[in-house]
Every structure is written in C-alpha cells, then in structure tokens.
Write a protein that binds this ligand. Structure first.
Ligand code: HEM
Length: 329
C-alpha cells in the first residue's frame, strides 16, 4: 500500500497508512474502500465468462456492491475536495492546484467531477504501479550487485557527486532506463480489453464482444522473442536499430495502441528520477547473505510476495544535496 500512501500525500497531503496517521477514522474509511476495491479488481466474475449467470441474475449483488463502493469513493473524494476548498491557505497538493484552476479558469471544465476523476487516476493508476516497479528494481539490483555498480558508475560519470539526477540527465542514462525496462511487472495482464468488432489476434478469430486478456508477463518471458528470458539482463536492451524498432511490440508494460497507458511518459520519468536518486544517494545492502526472494504476490499491481527489506547508508552526495535543500527552505 506504499503507493496509495505516497499518492494520498501528493494529492491531498494526507497520511492514511503507517504510524503517522493524523485522523484515524478518516484513514480507516479510506483503507476500507481501497481494500474492497483491490479485492474486486483481482477477482473473477462468473457472468463475465458465462453470460448465463447474468441472465439468471447471479451478478445482481455484485453489481450493487460495486455501485455502492463507487458511491462511497465519490463521497470520500468530495469530502476531501470540500475540505481543501474551505481552507484559508492553499497547500502544495494536487487538489489545491486543481481548485485554484477551477477559480482562475471558470470557463474551463475544472468541475468537482473532473477534479475527483483526475485525482483518482493519479491515485489508482499512477502510484502503486510506479512504486511496485521501483521495489522490484531495487530487489533485482541487490541480487545483482555488478548491475547496481554499473548503474552507479553511469550516474557518477554523467551526473556527478554534487547533485541528484534531474529531468535533463535522462537521455544520458540509458543503462538506468534499461534496468527499468528489464524490471516491469506491475501490470502482468495489462487491463482487460473488449473487442468492439470481429477481429483476429495472433491468428485466432475473436468475435465482437469478447473479453480479451493479454498475458504480458508471458510475452516478456517468451524464449522465442527473448534470449535467456528468466535472467535479469538490462544489457538485452542495448540493441541495433532493427531490434529497437521491434521493441514496442514485444515489451508491453504499458500496453499498446489507442488504449495504452497515457501516463507512460510520466511514469518513466518518475521511476528514472526516483531510482537514479536512490542509487546516487544511498548505499544499499541486503539484510542477510541470502538472495532476495523474488516470488510474486497477488494484487491489482503485482507486488512482491515478501516485501523488500534492506539496509541503507547515506552516500557523501547527500551532504551536498541536503545542504542545498536546507538553504532553499
Ligand atoms: C510503472 C508505471 C505504470 C504502468 C506499468 C502502467 C501500465 C498500464 C497498463 C498496462 C494500462 C492498460 C493498457 C492496455 O491495456 O492496453 C494502463 C492504463 C492506464 N494508465 Fe497506466 N501504468 C503506469 C503508470 C501510470 C501513471 C503514472 C498514470 C497517470 C498519472 C497512469 C494512468 C493510466 C490510465 C488513465 C489508464 C487507462 C487508459 C485507458 O483506459 O484508455 N498510468 N497503464
């Protein structure tokens, strides 16, 4: 749930998980909604696969529970929007920024409905996906210290020891990007699609109105497409132009086509900057000599079955970075 915690701090400045929760009742309400939502997101509904169940009304209670959950989430979000609107001083949160646009651009469509929608997209689609990917990436790096070392050398060479990586450095850090490409696991089945017309996929006829699940996890491990697919090898992305052009068709962490992830660019940026800063700023170590367990757990995004536990120690660069930050505060 780290992603939802970070997300809530970003969108509303609230902590709903951990030991620094301010309003336990409100936090509990939010945690309950998220828990229920995640449980539906990873469950199978018989009527989706055998329409007979829909005809005989088996999905009735499921649909009303989903509607009820939607209403509770909507009321919760409206409460947050109203609370921020009433505050005398605006804070640096997504809701505050959107409310100030609602005021300054009344003719544009920053309605409460749109604000709630944008906040939910950031929260549900944008946070856990990225934080889960960073956790997997760190776990991979700790199991492959030579790769961590190579990433640190790249950062030292192109960014240096005086400051943390920023947006302009990205193009100079292909190895860091390759580590992220080699890591992706957050959306193993993408998001279910629904065929709007009869079509063919991979030689199979898909009639109109079929739920199509894409097993990106299996595509990313297909030995006919990838050499030694089960090994963690960021170098596999150091390819020539022909192979580079094929990449979007076999590396699909964000899906492909019209309904692919609109947040892909933002996600790549955030993950590159976060992972880069974590490597530059801290020296990471495993808590034991054992390899980190890479078993996959269950969830809306694919978490580690056993959360990553590590130790870290500040690198000299943190002295420079913190000094600059304190001066600016
Ligand atoms: C590691 C990070 C992320 C991964 C792996 C990821 C992955 C995906 C995938 C696989 C889909 C479905 C695509 C399909 O089925 O073809 C999707 C959809 C979506 N993502 Fe992301 N995503 C990430 C981050 C983000 C961020 C940061 C945002 C927004 C700030 C975002 C917003 C969305 C939205 C709104 C959709 C639905 C698009 C639609 O239905 O048309 N995602 N994402």
């Amino acid at each position: 749930m780290t992603g939802f915690n970070i997300g809530m701090r970003m969108v509303a400045g609230k902590r709903y998980y951990g030991d620094k929760v301010m309003n336990e009742e409100e936090a509990c309400q939010f945690r309950d909604i998220i828990k229920e939502m995640v449980s539906y997101a990873v469950s199978n509904i018989p009527g989706d696969f055998l329409p007979l169940f829909n005809w005989i009304g088996c999905n009735g209670s499921y649909e009303s529970r989903i509607r009820n959950l939607g209403n509770r989430m909507d009321q919760f979000m409206q409460g947050l929007v109203d609370e921020h609107r009433k505050r005398k001083e605006s804070e640096n949160t997504t809701i505050d920024h959107l409310l100030s646009l609602q005021k300054s651009q009344p003719d544009y469509c920053y309605t409460d409905q749109i604000i709630k929608g944008l906040v939910l997209v950031l929260l549900l689609a944008g946070t856990d996906t990225s934080s889960v990917t960073i956790e997997w990436a760190l776990a991979n790096l700790l199991n492959h210290p030579h790769i961590l070392k190579k990433a640190r050398i790249e950062l030292d060479e192109h960014v240096g020891q005086q400051r943390l990586v920023d947006e302009q450095d990205r193009s100079k850090l292909p190895y860091l990007q390759n580590i992220i490409s080699e890591t992706y696991l957050a959306a193993p089945n993408l998001v279910p699609h629904f065929s709007s017309a009869d079509c063919q996929v991979g030689g199979y006829d898909v009639p109109q109105g079929t739920i199509v699940l894409i097993n990106a996890w299996a595509i990313h491990r297909d030995p006919s497409m990838w050499d030694d697919p089960d090994s963690f090898k960021p170098e596999r992305f150091e390819v020539d132009k022909d192979e580079h052009d094929e990449m979007p068709y076999k590396l699909l962490p964000y899906g492909i086509g019209r309904r692919s992830c609109p947040g892909a660019g933002l996600a790549q940026l955030i993950m590159g900057l976060t992972l880069g800063s974590l490597i530059q700023g801290l020296e990471w170590a495993k808590v034991s000599d054992e390899k980190i367990d890479m078993a996959q757990g269950e969830g809306m995004t694919m978490p580690k079955a056993v959360p990553l536990e590590v130790t870290c120690k500040a690198c000299p660069i943190m002295g420079n970075v913190l000094l600059v930050s304190w001066d600016q505060i």
